[in-house]
Design a protein around this ligand. Structure first.
Ligand code: FEO
Length: 392
């Protein structure tokens, strides 16, 4: 397998995982890549490794440029195992020292006690063949250990997980792929992994703004070399909680009544010129729902009542969303029940705990919505649209 040149002496030597469909609970229908990079010269430096089952790809790509045994240093920007689980083998093979942040050394010791690791301080630099590698701590983006490595001479930032996409492709650069798919995958990645870390993202973007960057070499998906302003602007917006006039109606249904309510509410929202996305749980996984919530100003959740509480698929989604902590959203709740309610109340409690504002009463109907109840649903939809527009 071949290395791909990024600059005169920096190569992509990572792995393409075409088949991964679940990345610790996040669905990845387009697979992923584990990006590692090699800088050759006076010293040969490997920046990160790959998930252990892909070690052969890493070795093969490095070997297309140089003898693997000639690697002098390995930089570990992040301890999560999709990047670190080949470190031990690479150290055994090369004898190279591993460099990590202080928190990185701490975390690596808890993963691979035998690994020999030296620490690098925030802002410290090493020189190598006329080039500089500068280390920039980015704690909690998205682990305490995370750091960026920057080469000012190449205007190249190894940004670790930040700006990544779970997107397996034979293309290595952002200008070589479909832009719609690229930004959709970047948004899904942000929503599922980075959503709760907005304030850390803004701090990191501030640090990054002091650097002259022309290439953002992320650890997943394609390398950004053309659309940097667009992805940086997208991260700024997402981290600042910028939303648009859009509602997500997300629901599940036992016998079709809550589904009917969802369609009527969506119709009411849409009638006021507000975008609406209708997603049925069970058919749509939570990773996609969260991606749709990323730019939505309102989240409208529908559940039937089962055993006096919400439906299990709805519970899965609202708990997942609570962990990701979307801020500044309007919430609303609806659902059908038979003899005793409880579903909408349970959802409301979770949405309140997530920090949503819930200005409307929950909309509940018994059994099957009749014409007058359908009209009530449309009316609620219209009210949600007004709330969205008035919170511009
Ligand atoms: Fe791609 Fe946080 O690991």
């Amino acid at each position: 397998m071949e290395a791909i040149r990024v600059t005169d002496n920096v190569y992509w030597v990572g792995a393409i995982d075409w088949n991964v469909r679940n990345f610790h609970g996040y669905t990845t229908p387009r697979g992923s890549t584990y990006n590692a990079y090699l800088m050759t010269g006076e010293k040969n430096i490997l920046i990160d490794t790959v998930k252990r089952p892909f070690l052969d790809q890493l070795i093969s790509r490095i070997s297309s440029v140089m003898d693997v045994k000639d690697i002098d240093l390995i930089i570990s920007n992040h301890t999560e195992m999709d990047h670190s689980s080949s470190l031990l083998e690479m150290q055994e093979l090369t004898g190279a020292k591993v460099l990590a942040s202080r928190k990185g050394k701490e975390a690596l010791a808890l993963h691979y006690p035998e690994l020999d690791v030296d620490t690098v301080e925030d802002g410290s630099e090493i020189q190598c063949g006329g080039k500089t590698l500068k280390f920039i701590n980015t704690p909690m983006l998205h682990w305490p250990d995370s750091m960026f490595t920057y080469i000012p001479e190449d205007k190249l930032l190894f940004s670790m997980d930040a700006f990544g996409q779970h997107y397996a492709t034979n293309a290595r650069f952002d200008d070589e792929v479909d832009q719609g798919i690229l930004f959709q995958e970047a948004a899904k990645y942000y929503a599922n992994i980075i959503f709760p870390l907005g304030s850390m993202v803004l701090k990191t973007l501030e640090k990054a703004s002091e650097l002259d960057i022309q290439i953002l070499a992320t650890s997943h998906g394609v390398i950004w070399r053309k659309n940097l302003p667009q992805i940086l602007k997208a991260y700024t917006d997402w981290a600042s909680g910028v939303t648009r006039e859009k509602a997500v109606v997300v629901y599940d249904s036992m016998w079709g009544s809550t589904a009917t309510m969802a369609m009527q509410i969506a119709d009411g929202i849409s009638s006021q010129g507000v975008d609406v996305e209708v997603l049925k749980l069970g058919e749509t996984d939570r990773s996609w729902v969260i991606k749709e919530i990323l730019d939505a100003r309102a989240v409208v959740v529908g559940t039937p009542t089962i055993n006096n509480t919400m439906f299990p698929t709805v519970a899965d989604m609202v708990f997942y969303m609570k962990g990701l902590r979307p801020k500044g959203r309007i919430g609303a709740v609806f659902g059908s029940h038979g003899w005793a309610g409880g579903g909408t109340k349970a959802v409301r409690e979770q949405l309140e705990a997530t920090g949503f504002e819930l200005p409307l009463e929950d909309l509940q109907i018994r059994y099957i919505p009749q014409e007058d109840e359908k009209e009530k649903c449309r009316e609620v939809g219209r009210k949600i649209a007004e709330l969205i527009k008035s919170s511009d």
